[in-house]
Design a protein around this ligand. Structure first.
Ligand SMILES: Nc1ncnc2c1ncn2[C@@H]1O[C@H](COP(=O)(O)OP(=O)(O)OP(=O)(O)O)[C@@H](O)[C@H]1O
Length: 225
C-alpha cells in the first residue's frame, strides 16, 4: 500500500499554505516530514486524512485517487492520525479515548484494535481505566498513539510524537513505532527542525514554506540517536 501526494495545493483564507507538495510513502516505510514551525507539516497530515480542502493536486492510495474521499472513509481504509495536541477527552478513560475512532465509525473493529494495541504497548493495559486527565503529557502521547493505531493499521500519521516527551518515554514511543515495520504499516512522522530525530526514519522529506525542498535517504549507521 503506497501513499502518494501529487502537486497538492492547499490555501487557507486565500493564503497558499501548501504549494505543489509531492511525496510518497511506501509499504512499511517510515518517512519523516521535517520543517520549521509553520512550514506546513500539520496541513500535509490534514490533507492526507481528508480534513484539509485541497485546491489542486491529488492524493493516491495504492494508485486509487482518494482526493474526494471523506475522512471517515479514509479511516476505514486503515489511516490513523495522531494530532500534535493529542486531543484526548479528559473525562474519558484511557480505553474509552482509544475507542473513540471505533465509536465514530462502525467499519473500525474497536475490540480487535484494542487487542493489537495492548499487545504492542502493555503499559496501556495498566492505565486502561484511568481518566486521561490524570496522565502525564508523555503518557497522553502514548494513548494518542494507541488511539491512532486503532484505525491506523495501514498508514499512521504522527504529528510531533516526541515533542514535550521525557527521554525515556520518547525512546519507548520510538521502539513501538519501529516494531510496526513487521506489520507492513507505513508511517509518516512530522517533526520540527529543533526536536528532530532521525533514528527511526528511512527517508525524510524537508518542507519549507509549503514546498518539499528535498528528500534525504537516511543511513541508519550514521543517524543521530
Ligand atoms: N486555520 C488556519 N487559519 C489560518 N492560517 C492557518 C490555519 N492553519 C494553518 N495556517 C497557517 O498555515 C501555515 C502552515 O501551518 P501548519 O500548522 O501546517 O505548519 P506546521 O509545519 O505543522 O507548523 P507547527 O509545527 O507550528 O504546527 C502556517 O503559516 C499557519 O499559520
Amino acid at each position: 500500500m503506497t501513499l502518494k501526494l501529487e502537486n497538492v495545493e492547499v490555501s487557507i483564507q486565500a493564503a497558499p499554505i501548501l504549494r505543489g507538495v509531492s511525496l510518497e510513502v511506501g509499504t512499511g516505510e517510515r518517512m519523516g516530514l521535517v520543517g520549521r514551525n509553520g512550514a506546513g507539516k500539520t496541513t500535509v497530515m490534514r490533507t492526507i486524512t481528508g480534513l484539509a480542502n485541497m485546491a489542486g493536486g491529488r492524493v493516491l492510495w495504492n494508485d486509487e485517487d482518494i482526493s474526494n474521499m471523506q475522512p471517515r472513509q479514509r479511516a476505514a481504509l486503515g489511516f490513523g492520525y495522531m494530532p500534535e495536541d493529542r486531543r484526548l477527552v479528559p473525562d474519558l478513560t484511557v480505553e474509552e479515548n482509544m475507542l473513540l475512532p471505533a465509536w465514530a465509525n462502525k467499519e473500525i473493529d474497536g475490540q480487535k484494535g484494542l487487542n493489537f494495541v495492548y499487545d504492542l504497548m502493555p503499559e496501556l493495559t495498566e492505565m486502561a481505566a484511568r481518566k486521561a486527565l490524570l496522565l502525564s503529557g508523555g503518557q497522553q502521547k502514548m494513548v494518542a498513539l494507541g488511539r491512532a493505531l486503532i484505525a491506523g493499521r495501514k498508514l499512521l500519521l504522527l504529528d510531533e510524537p516526541f515533542e514535550g516527551v521525557a527521554p525515556a518515554l520518547a525512546k519507548r514511543i520510538s521502539e513501538v513505532i519501529t516494531s510496526l515495520k513487521g506489520e507492513g504499516l507505513s508511517v509518516l512522522i512530522a517533526q520540527s527542525e529543533l526536536s528532530h530525530s532521525l533514528e527511526l526514519l528511512e527517508r525524510e522529506s524537508v518542507i519549507e514554506r509549503g514546498e518539499i525542498i528535498k528528500v534525504n535517504v537516511i543511513d541508519q549507521s550514521s543517524a543521530n540517536t
